[in-house]
Each structure stands twice: as C-alpha cells, then as structure tokens.
Design a protein around this ligand. Structure first.
Ligand SMILES: Nc1ncnc2c1ncn2[C@@H]1O[C@H](COP(=O)(O)OP(=O)(O)OP(=O)(O)O)[C@@H](O)[C@H]1O
Length: 280
C-alpha cells in the first residue's frame, strides 16, 4: 500500500506546488490524478519516488518510509516504484528488447549491470511482456524506429518487467493522438490488473480518467479537493477542481459537454500547449 501523508512542496523560487496532500493507494486500483494546469499533479507524482523532494510530509510504501531513506536505500526502493513517462524516456539507439530489459537493471550486480548480462528468466519475461503489449517480433527494432504509441508500449513493458509494487505514470498519453491514447490506457490498466500492480496516473483528460480509473483524485492549486470513484465526479466536483468552486457559466465557450477535456477550459494550458508545439 502507498500512503502519502500531508505532502507539501515549495520550490526554491517560493512556488507552493503542494499543500498538505494526503491519500492512500491500496490493492491493485488504478488512481487518476486530475486538475488544471499548475495544480501540482506532476509534482505529486514526482514526490512519490522523490524525483522531487517533498518539503514536508511522509511517503510510505508498504513498510518502507520512502521519505526517510538515504540515497543508497532510495536506489534500492526505486526498484519497487516503476515510472512511465510522457516522453517515454527510452534509450533511442538501443533495441526494444534492451529498453525493456533496462527495467531489470536494478536487480543485477554492478558487474552484470555494467555488462548488461541478464539472467535467462529476465529475458524470457521481457519477451512475454513484449508479446502482451503487442510488440512481439519487434524485439530487435531500434527504439527510434517506433511510433509514439509503440514507444509508450515499450515504456509500459519496461515498467511491468520491473515487477514493481506500484507504477507511476506521468501524463502517459499527452504525446499521443486520441485513438492511441485510448489504446495505451486500455493496455496499461489491463496489464496492471493482470499483474495486480496498482497504478497512479497523472492525466489531464478527464474523459480518460473517468473511463479507465477506479478512483479519481482532484487537485486544485496544490490541494486535494476531490477523492472518489469516477461516478462521484459530478459537476459540483468538477467546479471545485477546475473553477475554484464557481459553477460553470452556461451559454459561453466554457459551457461545453461535461465529457469534454476540462483542461482545455484553462486558457493557460492551451497557451502552454501551443507554445510547446512551436518547439516540437
Ligand atoms: N522545478 C520547478 N521549479 C519551480 N516551480 C515549479 C517547478 N515545477 C513546477 N513548478 C510550479 O509548481 C506548480 C505545480 O506544477 P506542476 O507541474 O506540478 O503542475 P501540473 O498540475 O502537473 O501542471 P501541468 O498539467 O501543466 O503539467 C506550478 O505553479 C509550476 O509552475
């Protein structure tokens, strides 16, 4: 079980990204974190494995207090916390198989890790997992030959072969088109259920969160303002998350269907997206 207790994060510049966020992730549930741009979703995900150090609060994974670990102990515990990234984070010049096997690196001795010498059962598990994510036959392809959807499948396979206690996914579909996003979410949630691995996903598309998550956590301005099943995410809850409790104005541009991407109602986000695209 993952427990986050009173997590706060103030960045060196003084930006308060998280203010006393507490929640648990138990069993093999899929929990989606939603909220407007700048709400603190990525910061929260990164605080779980201490890619970002929380300023205050405690993270526990089963009987390990992650926030109390030394750097060396943290390296060992990160084997138990797999991460799936928005931009995949594959090693482009390596093959699909080599990328997936890198999920096992933390289990090798330093010498074998240096030589990338994996036991036969790791190789077999990686092969099986690639088959399950629909990439059987692509083992020898280079990562840079793959499409975005295929790359994210490799990212998922790499996380699964790690045999983690939890998988964290930071906007895993943001770089994908809508159809591929659905396929990737379906695959991720199916494989997590089969392997009985809980997943915590930072996702900005409310529609995807509602469709694939068992539970939704809503952040607004660094605070947890909603925690419940997708069915409980009604208009009042969305107002709390996206509009500071103000009801949606009807008859204006922002009064689109409730299944629309709430994020695009946030003007800043649209600007961010456009700015980002200019550099891509
Ligand atoms: N490295 C950093 N240094 C300073 N401030 C940061 C840093 N990373 C994030 N922030 C700030 O912390 C706040 C929360 O950011 P965060 O990226 O966690 O939000 P988010 O909900 O993931 O947003 P988005 O959906 O746009 O990715 C924002 O105000 C952001 O500007």
């Amino acid at each position: 079980m993952l427990t986050a207790q009173n997590i706060s994060k103030t960045y060196p510049g003084g930006e308060e990204a998280l203010r006393g966020v507490s929640f648990d992730v138990t069993g093999d549930e899929v929990v989606a974190i939603i909220g407007p741009s700048g709400a603190g979703k990525s910061t929260l995900i990164e605080c779980i494995n201490r890619l970002t150090e929380p300023t205050d609060g405690e993270i526990r994974l089963d009987d390990v207090t992650v926030t109390a670990l030394s750097d060396r102990q943290l390296r060992r515990t990160r084997r138990d916390i797999a991460m799936i990234f928005q931009e995949y984070n594959l090693v482009e010049r390596l093959t699909v198989m080599e990328n997936v096997l890198s999920g096992r690196l933390g289990y090798l001795s330093t010498w074998n890790a240096f030589r990338r010498k994996f036991p036969a059962e790791d190789i077999e598990f990686a092969r099986e997992t690639l088959e399950r994510v629909g990439l059987g036959g692509h083992e020898r392809d280079r990562a840079d030959e793959l499409s975005g959807g295929q790359r994210q499948r490799v990212g998922i396979a790499r996380a699964v072969v790690q045999r983690p206690k939890i998988m964290l996914a930071d906007e895993p579909t943001s770089s994908l088109d809508p159809e591929t996003s659905h396929a990737v979410m379906e695959l991720l949630t199916e494989i997590a259920a089969d392997e009985r691995i809980p997943v915590l996903i930072n996702i900005h598309e409310v529609e995807l969160a509602v469709e694939y998550a068992d539970r939704i956590i809503g952040l607004a301005d660094g605070e947890l303002v909603f925690d419940g099943p997708p069915e409980a995410l009604d208009e009042t809850a969305k107002d709390r998350i996206y509009r500071g409790g103000e009801p949606r104005e009807h008859g204006t541009d922002s009064g689109r269907s409730s299944s629309a991407d709430e994020r695009s109602e946030d003007g800043r986000t649209v600007e961010n997206k456009l700015a980002k695209q200019r550099y891509e």
